[in-house]
Design a protein around this ligand. Structure first.
Ligand SMILES: [Mg+2]
Length: 224
């Protein structure tokens, strides 16, 4: 019997790549207009690469401009402002996320977030999409200092939820992190296949379930 479900945040509840891609494009465009001497396409591609290596970084734009020998506050300001504006427009859940979470809660299922993101950033994203108050527990980077697939973030969430591993399921988009970690503590696992991007890191770990849309979680639950 599943009593609790833990969710990964980025690419499971939120289409994070869309934010980063569209945000990087808007920022590149604004920086080139503000005087950055680079072809737009190259600027976008390089900036996006910087983001992928430092996904939660607060100084991505600054570091990017410095790496190009083109740092100026004028250009930096244009980039940051364009990015933030675009981010706000793109910060959305995948379809049916809120509706499905509400249905799970109605069934008495406890729900939690287990993310590698810092807790404040996780809450900022959850708040922006209007689902911050639905979660019983949010476990972020600073709770254990360990990243998935470490067992620690999962154990921490289970402890706070007061459920045994066998009573819980984790839903995430990253087999080598989400599925591997949750499986190793004895939880059931579900791959959010719609958010899955091959990372080619380590060995693919097979989940117990796979969903192509968020609302399919309800089908799994009813089987339990
Ligand atoms: Mg993820």
């Amino acid at each position: 019997m599943i009593k609790a479900i833990t969710f990964d945040l980025d690419m499971t509840l939120i289409d994070f790549m869309r934010i980063k891609k569209n945000g990087s494009y808007a920022a590149a465009n604004a920086m080139v207009k503000a005087g950055l001497k680079m072809p737009l396409k190259k600027c976008y591609e390089d900036l996006f690469k910087h983001y992928l290596t430092d996904i939660e970084g607060d100084r991505v734009f600054e570091n990017f401009l410095k790496s190009k020998g083109s740092y100026s506050e004028r250009i930096l300001a244009a980039g940051i402002n364009a990015y933030l504006k675009e981010k706000e427009n793109n910060l959305k859940t995948f379809p049916q996320v809120k509706e499905t979470l509400l249905k799970l809660k109605k069934k008495g299922i406890k729900i939690a977030i287990v993310t590698d993101a810092p807790r404040l950033k996780a809450y900022m994203r959850l708040d922006a999409i209007g689902i911050a108050d639905l979660f019983d527990v949010v476990v972020g980077k600073e709770d254990t200092g360990r990243f998935k697939p470490s067992k620690m973030p999962f154990k921490k969430a289970l402890k706070l939820l007061k459920v045994k591993p066998s009573e819980a399921m984790h839903v995430g988009d990253w087999p080598e992190r989400d599925i591997k970690g949750a499986k190793s503590v004895g939880m059931k696992t579900c791959l959010a296949n719609y958010g899955y991007i091959t990372h080619k890191m380590g060995k693919y770990v097979k989940p117990d379930y796979k969903i192509e849309g968020f609302e399919e979680i309800l089908n799994i639950w009813s089987k339990k």
